[in-house]
Design a protein. Structure first.
Length: 208
């Protein structure tokens, strides 16, 4: 039933509105995403540390663990931030409904992000295996990272799956806040549109 949200979000959330708020499945979704993010952060940190002198690398091993833990925390913080932004904007559009229901429904919109995280983990691991992190100039290193084909592919896929998430969030906000499709599109489209523009801008820097 949960995967129905990927293909028929309107029908999925319409049925969910007739049930009590239940955060078990949303937390499972976020937990899976957090685990993948932690693994990704650990791998990235290990690649960077591997290029450092041995005496420095030994000290920064603790930083790898902290980075992984931070990546887990960030996922849950972003969940609340996304829910809060959608809730706030929808309030100006006449939205009605409690914040807990919004959080429940918004979590389902992160399902495409799990796929994005898995793909990104694979692609960034391939990219970072060939990048030279011993480069001293941060600008040159950033340019090398942005222009790497694996990183570029990861960014493009991330943008496409974010738009998929946005489609789910439109219906999530429509049903959790009792909005029209038009107003739900505004509530979701404004912040996600700005984020998408930023991602496209980041991608375009690889060609400058």
């Amino acid at each position: 039933m949960m995967l129905e949200v990927l293909t028929n979000p309107s029908g999925f959330f319409e049925k969910k509105t007739k049930e009590e708020v239940d955060l078990k499945q949303p937390l499972a979704i976020l937990g899976a995403m957090a685990l993948i993010s932690a693994i990704s952060a650990y791998i990235v940190a290990s690649k960077v540390i591997g290029s450092l002198p041995s005496d420095v690398a030994a000290v920064t091993q603790i930083g790898m663990a902290i980075g992984a833990i931070f990546a887990i925390i960030v996922v849950f913080i972003m969940w609340v931030i996304y829910g809060g932004i959608f809730y706030l904007i929808s309030s100006f559009l006449g939205g009605q409904g409690n914040f807990k229901r919004v959080l429940e429904f918004v979590a389902y919109g992160f399902l495409p992000s799990i796929m994005s995280s898995v793909i990104s983990l694979f692609l960034t691991n391939k990219a970072y295996s060939s990048l030279d992190f011993s480069i001293q100039d941060p600008a040159i290193l950033e340019k090398a990272m942005l222009s790497d084909p694996y990183i570029m592919a990861s960014t493009v896929i991330g943008i496409l799956l974010t738009l998929w998430s946005a489609n789910i969030w439109v219906f999530a906000i429509m049903y959790s806040r009792n909005l029209t499709v038009k107003n739900a599109l505004i509530a979701v489209g404004v912040p996600i549109g700005l984020y998408t523009i930023y991602m496209i801008y980041t991608l375009s820097k690889a060609f400058n």
